[in-house]
Design a protein around this ligand. Structure first.
Ligand code: C2E
Ligand code: CA
Ligand code: CA
Length: 699
């Protein structure tokens, strides 16, 4: 039976339905859409003929497909909820219900009724949980807000009032970016434009406060839910990060500053040098001063660590007061400071600054524990276009090292250019064989009665041009060129030869030779020394090997074969005595003294120089002497130039002295005459005790 349909046109009825109605064919292509679809923005011409699956959210495709399959044998499927593309608003949640008419000759399609659930969901959320949800949001310390797709605040929680005083009601409808302090609005606009799609975008901006007080730093986390049919906007959470910032600043301060002096540390310095190098130019060059305190360690040991700390703080203050506010003074190690200065026009100007720093730091420091005098070695480096942070620092460090090593006898080794070093090295080749290297002997005498005890061998280069050069002029290059050990072995040979040549006149006098780090690293050294002694018929106890503490630590020999400690132990085993040179200028470590089986401490001339006028120097020498006594070691003071110095050293109980006041280093030809004259009393020493002036007694 057929029912006559007298009512409206069925096609128009279909268009009048509020729900979307679609028809798809067996291959899921859209063949029909009703007017409700057009009303929601889907244009029929865009979709007819296309796959309906393209309308479904990728994550929901599986659900849609399996529902299609189960529908195959059934006239009506079960409703499913899937996200369907919305032409302008992203994804909307739809309920789809299909009825299968594929086998119907006239229809041959699946008809889908599609209901937009988004509106209902929005209502459900608001209706059901809204009170609880609002209470949570209201009491949260974080600011929570909903920002619409156009960037306007729809609603904002009360935390905004507590933090910056704004009224949430008034903020509704204003732009999210207007929360930012003036000038920072674009950051917030950008955070929205970023369209991270459900991902988190985090930005930090200062937020203006309602009472026109200082802006407060905020971190905003923006979740882009514009494509979410329920939220359809951005969920933004804001935190006041003032405290976080101050904690972070404190941490940064801690990581980049030295706790004791408050100066920037190495990390901050490196950063700043890097920045300065980028900006520097030919007329505005970057310069570094590497400042190393020469006698910090002994002051620290003698007066205690509090005094050491006090001294470092005072040094920091002096350095800071000497430079411009745009310069940087950093502390990069125990007693190492670096001054970074910019706008340097010439090497001369930075050298001048270096000399001023040295002068300034040589002025006495008044500490609670007493007056301390120290000195500083300052090395400079001036940036070239190829300079890097580390090359510049290394250059300044190297320059400082040269200044420091040169200090020992009052003259710094000249900073030589490469060509100069090369020429020097080539004229050093064969110098020993040509007899140009000559051992000069400087007498060492007993402090109490000035009796001759021994000699120190000091090398002099009789240059073919007629000059007699001191070690500071060539020894560093000789070692660089691998010629140093050859020179030292030759000096030991000459020194032993000279001593043996004195015969009975020498009595039991010994000779000491200087050895450097490379020498000690040479595994053949002990055998060579042994050979030398045998050749000249000398007992091993007539020879002393002088090494600096530094040399015993370095392992930088060109032909590094053995450790300095092994060589020293073997020498001691042979019966040769070990003297620690320049004592007080290095680590002056007690454990070291024990380990090295040292026999003698040589007190550096820099202490002796100030022993009369400076109470610190005197205390230091007194401390070294009593330390040596306690350990059963012999003490020799170097660089005695004045009778007063001799008197003080005698008072302090120093065992032996050497220096220009007694005698300058003697050329081989002068040696015998001098010893004869001295022993016979024809040469006197001012400030000596009457008896000692004609010291003839055997030593
Ligand atoms: P050093 O071992 O500390 O030697 C003492 C230096 O003080 C010598 O300088 C000596 O000439 C100088 N001197 C002696 N009496 C006085 C004085 O009253 N006042 C002053 N101001 N100085 C005085 P020199 O000969 O120029 O040697 C410098 C350094 O070179 C030595 O310091 C030593 O470390 C090194 N040296 C010298 N000869 C040799 C050597 O044959 N081999 C090695 N490896 N190093 C050597
Ligand atoms: Ca020496
Ligand atoms: Ca010395």
């Amino acid at each position: 039976m057929t029912v006559e349909t007298e009512g409206p046109d069925p096609a128009r009825l279909l268009d009048a339905i509020a729900d979307v109605v679609m028809a798809i064919d067996a291959s899921v292509r859209v063949v029909y859409m009703n007017a409700a679809a057009e009303l929601r923005g889907w244009r029929r011409e865009d979709w007819i003929g296309c796959s309906a699956l393209d309308m479904i959210h990728p994550d929901d495709l599986g659900l849609a497909m399996s529902s299609m399959e189960t529908m195959a044998g059934k006239p009506v499927g079960s409703p499913i909820e899937v996200r369907v593309i919305h032409p302008t608003e992203g994804w909307h949640l739809f309920e789809l219900l299909g009825s299968n008419h594929l086998l119907d000759d006239q229809l041959g399609v699946i008809v889908l009724s599609c209901r937009d659930l988004s509106e209902r969901r929005r209502w459900e959320v608001a209706g059901g949980e809204v009170a609880r949800f609002q209470a949570i949001v209201h009491h949260s310390s974080a600011v929570t807000m909903l920002v619409d797709v156009d960037g306007r605040i729809q609603s904002i929680s009360a935390a905004i009032t507590r933090l910056v005083g704004h009224d949430p009601e008034r903020l509704a409808g204003t732009r999210f970016s207007s929360l930012a302090a003036p000038g920072h609005e674009p950051v917030l606009e950008e955070a929205l434009r970023h369209r991270a799609g459900r991902m988190l975008t985090t930005v930090e901006v200062p937020v203006r406060s309602a009472d026109a007080g200082a802006p407060r730093p905020f971190r905003f986390e923006v979740v882009d839910l514009c494509d979410d049919s329920i939220v359809a906007g951005y969920v933004v959470t804001g935190y006041d990060v003032t405290e976080l910032h101050s904690a972070r600043d404190a941490l940064h301060e801690l990581a980049t500053h030295d706790a004791l002096t408050g100066l920037p540390n190495r990390i901050a310095l490196n950063q700043r040098i890097g920045d300065a190098l980028v900006r520097g130019s030919a007329h505005d060059r970057v310069g570094l001063l590497f400042v190393d305190l020469d006698r910090f360690k002994p002051v620290n040991d003698l007066f205690g660590h509090d005094a050491g700390d006090e001294l470092l703080v005072a040094v920091a203050a002096r350095l800071t007061s000497m430079v411009r506010s745009t310069d940087m003074v950093a502390r990069i190690g125990g007693d190492e400071f670096v001054v970074l200065t910019t706008g340097i026009a010439s090497r001369q100007s930075i050298e001048e600054l270096a000399r001023r720093v040295e002068l300034e730091l040589s002025e006495a420091f008044t500490l609670r524990a007493g007056v301390a005098t120290i000195s500083a070695s300052v090395g400079v480096a001036l940036a070239e276009t190829s300079s890097t942070v580390s090359s510049l620092l290394a250059e300044a460090d190297q320059a400082m090292y040269h200044v420091k090593s040169g200090r020992r006898d009052g003259t710094a080794p000249k900073a030589r250019r490469w060509t100069e070093r090369r020429d020097l090295a080539s004229s050093l080749v064969g110098a020993v064989e040509r007899g140009e290297m000559v051992a000069y002997l400087q007498p060492v005498v007993r402090t109490t009665d000035l009796q001759l005890q021994g000699f120190e061998s000091l090398v002099r280069w009789h240059h073919p041009n007629g000059c007699i050069l001191p070690p500071v002029d060539f020894l560093d290059v000789a070692f660089e060129a691998g010629l140093g050990t050859g020179i030292d072995v030759a000096m030991a040979d000459q020194a032993c030869d000279l001593l043996a040549g004195l015969g009975d006149l020498a009595g039991q006098a010994w000779v000491s030779v200087n050895m450097s780090a490379s020498d000690l690293a040479d595994s053949g050294l002990v055998a060579m020394i042994n050979g030398t002694l045998t050749r000249h018929g000398l007992q091993p106890d007539r020879l002393i090997v002088e090494v600096t503490e530094q040399a015993t630590l370095e392992r930088s020999g060109i032909r590094e074969q053995t450790s300095p400690h092994v060589t020293l132990r073997e020498l001691a085993h042979l019966g040769v005595q070990i003297a620690l040179d320049d004592f007080g200028t290095g680590y002056s470590s007690l454990t070291h003294l024990r380990m090295l089986k040292v026999h003698t401490l040589k007190i550096d001339c820099s202490f002796v120089g100030g022993i009369v006028a400076d109470s610190t120097d005197r205390s230091l020498v007194a401390a070294i002497v009593s330390l040596a006594r306690g350990l059963g070691l012999h003490t020799v003071a170097e660089g005695v130039e004045l009778p007063e110095q001799l008197r003080v050293l005698r008072e302090l109980g120093c065992d032996s002295v050497q220096g220009f006041h007694i005698c300058e280093p003697l050329a081989p030809a002068q040696l015998r005459d001098w010893v004869e004259a001295y022993r016979s009393g024809r040469i006197g020493v001012a400030g000596a005790n009457g008896a000692a002036q004609s010291a003839v007694a055997p030593v």
